[in-house]
Design a protein around this ligand. Structure first.
Ligand code: HEC
Ligand code: HEC
Ligand code: HEC
Ligand code: HEC
Length: 312
């Protein structure tokens, strides 16, 4: 028999990726919004006590809200305790919307604070639980550890909005949150020039990491014999420029509200693996290669190379 932990890992793996394959940001649209490595793109409400401790995000009161906003999406969260996942929540006045609240205790889905959209049949769990939510074309489904616990239809908040965690006096803990957009318009899979990104990210025009990998510059510069730093050409993906690492980002860059997620983004915990797709790990260094000042404790590649890092 599977232990609940093994079952959880199994379900999560089945959810986003094949078993044993490390999570790849952007694959099939899946992105990590929280994986224990940093809280970039999250902000706490006033008087909230949410804090990151040993890879676990925990709170007992208040709300912690993610920057990116979603309309139709699928999300997977690993949670423990009691609390709610709020979504399609937006404070942008036109259209301002309170969104929906999903109870991770029984799977009940509410709108406008109290109106029940779908009554959940889940029971309380003492252990970690995989919560999966799908919001697509006005229909919502909720499952716990692979078993559907609620289903409903509603059209009150059809617009994009943020995802947040809400604690209500009881301990609520989160280990992982991944999401992917659904029902996006299909775009031709053409690469984008870096100039399409500089329109808004002008500060990256001179940034070293971006410059080194701009367009097909890196491949032209590649010193194939430099085994200490670079994998052989046949073992490196052929990816160039901003779009090579972040995807062409059509929806992201054509969003006037600047709240649509890029195709590929990386948490702190995902950076090293992304770089090692092309590079080889080098001997331990203690100083930055670019810029000044010492790197932070437990530095990742981008702490020492360029000014490209996640804000905390
Ligand atoms: C219309 C303006 C706009 C355009 C064009 C644009 N972005 Fe962004 N991008 C933003 C905003 C706003 C943010 C969030 C705040 C910030 O980091 O500046 C952002 C954030 C990002 C992030 C960080 C994601 C995260 O949470 O870590 C990545 C990666 C990114 N953009 C990639 C790109 C790429 C690649 C392109 C070009 C293909 C691009 N962007 C074009 C506005 C834009
Ligand atoms: C798609 C492949 C690819 C990925 C992914 C990639 N690189 Fe590179 N990178 C290259 C190539 C090719 C070069 C060319 C220069 C060389 O020989 O090292 C390069 C050059 C560099 C250089 C400059 C080397 C020099 O000689 O000046 C640094 C620093 C660097 N990469 C760091 C990173 C970091 C940090 C990441 C992760 C955020 C990363 N790279 C991801 C392919 C890649
Ligand atoms: C603590 C800071 C630090 C970290 C973390 C770090 N590097 Fe470096 N890296 C350096 C320094 C300093 C050099 C230059 C060493 C030299 O001149 O001999 C260097 C050299 C390189 C080079 C050779 C080209 C160049 O710019 O000189 C590449 C490529 C590179 N690092 C990639 C990476 C990748 C990929 C990672 C993450 C897996 C990483 N580094 C992590 C500090 C760091
Ligand atoms: C070699 C791969 C690579 C390339 C090329 C690259 N990025 Fe990134 N980018 C990353 C990684 C990895 C992160 C994760 C944050 C970090 O560096 O710690 C990131 C983070 C970002 C962020 C979020 C920064 C923050 O403050 O958290 C933005 C915005 C961004 N990239 C935009 C761009 C743009 C625009 C370009 C092209 C000019 C570009 N990137 C090219 C790998 C890359």
């Amino acid at each position: 028999m599977l232990t609940s932990r093994a079952l959880m890992v199994f379900l999560l793996a089945g959810a986003a990726q094949a078993a044993d394959v490390p999570f790849e940001p952007g694959k099939d649209g899946w992105l990590a919004l929280f994986d224990g490595s940093d809280l970039s793109r999250w902000r706490r409400s006033k008087s909230a006590d949410w804090a990151l401790n040993g890879g676990i995000l925990a709170g007992t009161k208040g709300e912690i809200v993610n920057y990116w906003q979603w309309t139709d999406f699928e999300l997977v969260a690993l949670c423990k305790g009691e609390g709610e996942i709020r979504f399609r929540y937006s404070t942008i006045p036109d259209p301002a919307q309170p969104g929906y609240w999903l109870s991770v205790a029984d799977g009940t889905l509410r709108a406008e604070g109290s109106r029940i959209v779908a009554k959940g049949s889940g029971g309380k769990a003492d252990d970690w639980r995989e919560v999966r939510l799908t919001a697509s074309k006005g229909a919502f489904t909720v499952s716990f550890d692979g078993k559907q616990v609620a289903e409903g239809k509603d059209a009150t908040c059809p617009h994009k909005g943020a995802v947040s965690f809400v604690a209500k006096g009881e301990p609520f803990e989160i280990k992982l949150l991944r999401a992917r957009p659904l029902n996006l318009e299909k775009h031709a899979n053409v690469p984008s020039p870096d100039s399409a990104c500089f329109v808004c990210h002008a500060n990256f025009e001179g940034e070293k990491l971006a410059k080194k990998h701009a367009d097909d510059k890196a491949d032209k510069l590649a010193r194939e014999e430099d085994e200490e730093h670079l994998r052989p050409a046949k073992d490196r993906p052929k990816k160039f420029g901003c779009a090579g690492c972040h995807g062409p980002c059509f929806d992201h860059r054509s969003d006037e509200d600047n709240v649509t997620v890029p195709d590929v983004m990386y948490t702190r915990g995902e950076v090293k693996a992304a770089c090692l797709a092309c590079h080889t790990p080098h001997k331990t260094e203690t100083k930055r290669k670019d810029g000044d000042g010492p790197p932070p404790p437990n530095p990742i590649c981008t702490d020492c190379h360029g000014r490209h890092m996640c804000k905390n």
